[in-house]
Design a protein around this ligand. Sequence first.
Ligand code: ADP
Ligand code: MG
Length: 640
Amino acid sequence: MSERTTTVSESSTPSGQRRTIHVLPEALINKIAAGEVVERPASVVKELLENAIDAGATVINIAIEDGGRTLIRVADNGCGISPEEAPLAFAQHATSKIESTEDLFAIHTMGFRGEALASIASVSHATMVTRTHDRPQAVRLEVRDSVISPAVPCAAAPGTSIEVRDLFYSVPARRKFMRTDATEFGHIHEMVLRSALPNPQVAITLAHNGKNVLELPATSDAQVRVSEALGRELHEQLIPIDFAERDVRIHGFAGQPALARPTAKYQYIFLNGRFIRERSLLHALKEAYRGLIEPASQPVAILFVEMDPAGFDVNVHPQKTEVRFRDSGSVYRVLLAALREKLLASDLTPQVRTANRFDAPTSPLPPSSGTAGSGLSRPDVSETRQIIADFFKQTTPMQTRIAFGAEPSVPLSPAPLAAEDSRTGTQGSEFAAPAAEPAATEPIHADDPAAFGRFVQLHNTYLVAETPDGMVIVDQHALHERIIYEELFARATRGPLEGQRLLIPEVLPITPRQRAALDAVQPLLLDLGMEVTEFDAQSVAVQTFPSLLSKVSPREFLRDLLDKLLELGSKLNREELLHEVLDMASCKAAVKAGYPLSQEEIAALLARKQQVDRSSNCPHGRPTTLRLSIGDLERQFKRK
Ligand code: ADP
Ligand code: MG
């Protein structure tokens, strides 16, 4: 039986014409494979870049013409290919990177399928010039219509340069799908970033139609690479992450919440240096920022996950952006822990922007001169700071620093009272930390550098306070919301909270659907000190309610909570439920905008800001506080 004409059975085309089953010629097989690997010019760039990085290159220069339609050239100084092996590079399933099935589960290179060059060459005019470091000469070979020309010696530096011209000349359907040059180049630019971010040790340049678009010098500092690649304004807004657990290491950078974007575009997750889009990890990232950014926005993050390649399979899809983890739950948890730990420990208060906003990576950046971060250095304010500090030392502040303790709501005149006396005076102020329980965190001492000096309420809504290095503007409702949220959260996680028994239980009518929603949150409500019991067939009664929420009507709270839960549907897990309950409780209990506060109340509120986690943002992720440093003020007033 001849292989090419083997007839297994008869099939028919949609029009009913009979055709025989036959094995396809090699050139056509390559074109079909190319359909999977080479979707658009950016896919070619991706494959060529990966090959260059696998070859150990430290310098890669990329030249593009007309969005990649007419020319894509990637030149590297990597190991090169010997003249004998060079033709093999273009053969289907020819690779130097794996040998056996076992290797497939221990991939340490970007490529391994051995199909990229063959696929690319089947849909373009490809030329390769390559030279290994131990040879005096390079060779050049061309592929035309899947026929590889003999290697011809030529002069070139060690390394490999691959030129791909007239992409898709042989596949009109693909050619039609190409977008404008600008769009295709945008995809190429993005692809280059994905190779550049995990490889700061490699110098990379990208030119379009002869103009330099990206010039990334080699650096050993990953943060420098990130900000050179994505925008220098980003530099000071990146929180470095480095965390290891269960043989998984996660390092990289989490963007300040203020950087959050409407799309997930600025979320780069790399697995052993390979850019991946993996739903559960993206979810973990979003989850880590819950309550720090608005639900509709997306955090900025550049994260590198390193783990044993035996723990996942990248051979799921030809483009290799999808992976399958052996234990995706554990990678999810490590990523979440890595981010949470760092976000909780960091000061996330947004700086009032006085400089340009961070350059969106979509717009090709002006070539960088290699002076990384030079535009970011702040003016030296230490001297000014000292002068201002001295000035305030001489004057008698209207408001002395208050004693920060578990009960900061202390009347301030004539002199700060000792903690024992504080039960008198503003006892019962809704802004004081509750007297019955110690604060969740260590009390902050009055000499804490983050403590606030003088303050004032404006428009019955904003608190403006002096800090050692400038000032902050606080949204009183947002901050109070966050404080109540965190205190309830901390206490709920320490064990069930004792609720205050209501003298007269509050009765609430309930529908069967609401009852089902109530059943789901019942255990949580109990932990928070809210006991709800059956009253009769159509109603329930609230028996106890947390004293922290004394300003809230238990009936109204429960009614609105059940409405909210029905609206959200039944698929919430415990953590999400807790969030919803705390969210509603804190919103209802928090002081509203437009509500006048006394000096004592303001002091108490600001003091408690120091004691809770995530105080920079309200539970919905909106900022509670804006910061303006002395340096910012000086810049704005052109004093510097
Ligand atoms: P893969 O990368 O999956 O092995 P490719 O088709 O991309 O498959 O490349 C085939 C082979 O050609 C590689 O395994 C490698 O040996 C060689 N090669 C390709 N590009 C380069 C390069 N820039 N430098 C050195 N060798 C290269
Ligand atoms: Mg490859």
